[in-house]
Design a protein around this ligand. Structure first.
Ligand code: GCU
Length: 599
């Protein structure tokens, strides 16, 4: 590519997203589904495995107009019916298909899902069909009519279906395709299992015709004595009132709707949410026709040079990384109990911080972590070699970022939005990620923006953090595998770090692998003793980084990855967990626990 073309591309990539996103919008997601009148569609769904996409294209690869013919019913014995949900297999929703059906373990392609349900429509309500997540691309049909599609495996999406629901039997059909593609987010290479399916819950959400759609309520930036925010109401008339009430603070404020949005602020002195006392207040939002309650914490988060301040107090983030891998049964996490098991292990470790890698985890996980007082790093899967020069890839990444922030913007526990993990440096990548960071700030100017960078360059004096992305973020994440991917464990202790930025650094990954209960010499790879040595020496190194404000070692629990096949050791699991997927703690768990107990 000529220099001119590269320059032109860089200019386009820098201004195009800004031109497109004149007004930075949240997504149209219904906020806080826990507080809504909802019907679960979870349970067994009929499925048809469709590797050749016969349910979508005819044999000449022309797309079928209705997109959905799989429910052909046999009307007479002579009818030719080859795809019939009624006689098909079933999968549990929520859940990945890989761990539910042996023949789907490695499957990447399309599975069609179908769910029948009875419903009684009411004239005075609206109904939304809400998916908490489906990996990777979903096309949704209701009663045979195509509603639309969603791309991205870890954020919610919804369709308003009031006019399509019938009295009595209705049916939803979903085409889920987890095929990895070069232009996707993430792209074709990832170090976690490509679990496909309707991986999180599905609901019918009923609301009054005039209903509260979204809200954003928190302390004013850098002012712990003012609570401010806004509420949007669908189908409301100009000038209608919205009431926000915080009973425990004896505070009520009324705001007037203008163009469907009501903004407010009120003076208050709430007990601030923090990791020792994760105080949440019941907040009641009401209009003439709708009433929502939420549990909201109030806190401030800032940086001051290389320090991170929670409520104005320097705070060291004692963390751990977590993938959404279910303990014991493995596969995608699908229940609150599994979230709590993982969070309790992080608590036992002595953590006040978790990095939810490498994609938005479930709303349940974020809410439970917040209740337990964890500071949260939440990220989108802009991972490794994303197609940074591709505008559609940027739009996809920005949409996933918008959906993540839209869903969790009221969660005090979330303090860091991350826009990338270990992305190779280039002008296109810098522009892509800088635009994402700017977009995140436009949506939410109160939280810190970060990214996990690759291990940095090393010279005789040690490692220098100089990635130009450091200019675009508030906190610099560094993934460092001294003692595992380079150097011996013992060589790590004396490595010195310098930074070109006066910003906090979080060691966002550090660690090494071990098979639980494999023992040997401390220089013997895969033994618990070796992993413990990696931790001992890296802790010594990190203690000497004066601009380090947190660490989130990789990783709490072993997790499934198709990059990790080593027989008798990995067996499709990345073994860098401090705990095995069966809940067995390795020696390194206690090394880190001891360090945190003294931090
Ligand atoms: C990388 C990457 C992780 C990966 C880990 C590893 O840093 O961010 O997703 O699992 O290293 O190699 O185990």
């Amino acid at each position: 590519m000529t220099v001119f073309k590269k320059l032109f591309l860089l200019i386009i990539l820098t201004i195009a997203p800004r031109l497109i996103a004149q007004e930075t919008q949240f997504s149209n997601l219904i906020q806080n589904i826990d507080s809504r009148d909802k019907i679960s569609l979870n349970g067994l769904w009929d499925i048809i495995i469709d590797p050749l996409e016969n349910g979508f294209y005819n044999h000449r690869l022309q797309e079928k107009n209705d997109g959905y013919f799989l429910n052909a019913k046999m009307k007479s014995p002579s009818d030719l019916v080859e795809y019939n949900f009624d006689s098909s297999d079933q999968l549990m929703v929520p859940g990945d298909w890989n761990t539910q059906m042996e023949r789907l373990y490695y499957y990447e392609g399309t599975v069609w899902y179908k769910k029948d349900f009875d419903f009684t429509p009411k004239t005075d309500e609206l109904v939304y069909l809400y998916f908490e997540a489906a990996n990777y691309e979903a096309i949704v049909y209701l009663n045979g009519k195509k509603l639309g599609s969603h791309i991205g495996g870890y954020t919610p999406f919804q369709f308003e279906v009031s006019d399509l629901l019938k009295e009595g039997n209705n049916f939803v059909v979903v085409k889920v395709d987890n095929t990895r593609k070069r232009e996707n987010v993430p792209t074709v290479n990832q170090d976690w299992w490509n679990y496909g399916g309707i991986t999180r819950s599905v609901h019918l959400i009923k609301t009054p015709k005039k209903h509260i759609q979204d809200y954003y309520i928190q302390l004013a930036k850098n002012d712990p004595n003012t609570i401010e925010g806004w509420v949007t109401v669908n189908n409301a008339s100009e000038g209608e009132m919205v009431k926000v009430n915080i009973p425990e603070l004896k505070k009520t404020v009324e705001a007037t709707l203008k163009n469907g949005k009501a903004s407010f602020s009120l003076k208050a002195k709430p007990t601030l949410w923090d990791t020792q006392n994760p105080k949440l207040y019941e907040v009641v939002i009401a209009t003439q026709t709708d009433r929502i309650t939420d549990q909201i914490g109030f806190r401030t988060i800032q940086t001051n040079g290389s320090k991170i301040l929670l409520n104005g107090k320097e705070t060291f983030l004692k963390g751990i990384c977590i993938h959404e891998e279910a303990p014991f049964k493995t596969g995608r996490v699908t229940s609150k109990e599994e979230c709590i098991t993982l969070l309790n292990w992080a608590k036992q470790l002595g953590c006040n911080f978790i990095r939810l890698a490498h994609y938005p985890h479930s709303e349940t996980m974020v809410r439970e972590a917040e209740k337990m007082g964890f500071l949260i790093w939440s990220e989108i899967p802009v991972y490794w070699t994303i197609m940074f020069e591709n505008e559609a890839t940027y739009a996809n990444a920005e949409n996933q970022l918008t959906e993540m922030i839209s869903r969790d913007k009221n969660r005090a526990g979330v303090v860091l939005w991350s826009v990338a993990n270990e992305t190779p440096e280039s002008p296109e990548r810098l522009s892509f990620l800088t635009n994402l960071a700017n977009h995140a700030r436009k949506l939410d100017n109160t939280r810190l923006i970060t990214a996990a960078l690759d291990t940095q360059s090393q010279d005789a004096k040690g490692r220098l953090i100089e990635d130009p992305l450091g200019n675009a973020v508030d906190v610099i994440g560094i993934n460092n595998y001294c003692g595992w991917y380079y150097g011996t464990p013992e060589s790590c202790a004396e490595i010195k770090w310098k930074s070109a930025y006066n910003k906090p650094m979080i060691m966002s990954e550090v660690g090494g692998g071990a098979l639980f209960n494999l023992h040997g010499e401390k220089n013997e790879r895969w033994t618990e003793e070796y992993q413990a040595e990696v931790y001992k020496n890296n802790i010594e190194m990190m203690e000497n980084i004066d601009f380090l404000s947190g660490i989130s070692p990789w990783i709490l629990m072993d997790f499934r990855s198709s990059r990790r096949p080593l027989k008798r050791i990995q067996e499709d699991f990345n073994r860098k967990g401090l705990i095995s997927e069966q809940g067995m703690k390795k020696q390194a768990f206690y090394i880190l626990q001891d360090y945190y107990s003294k931090k």
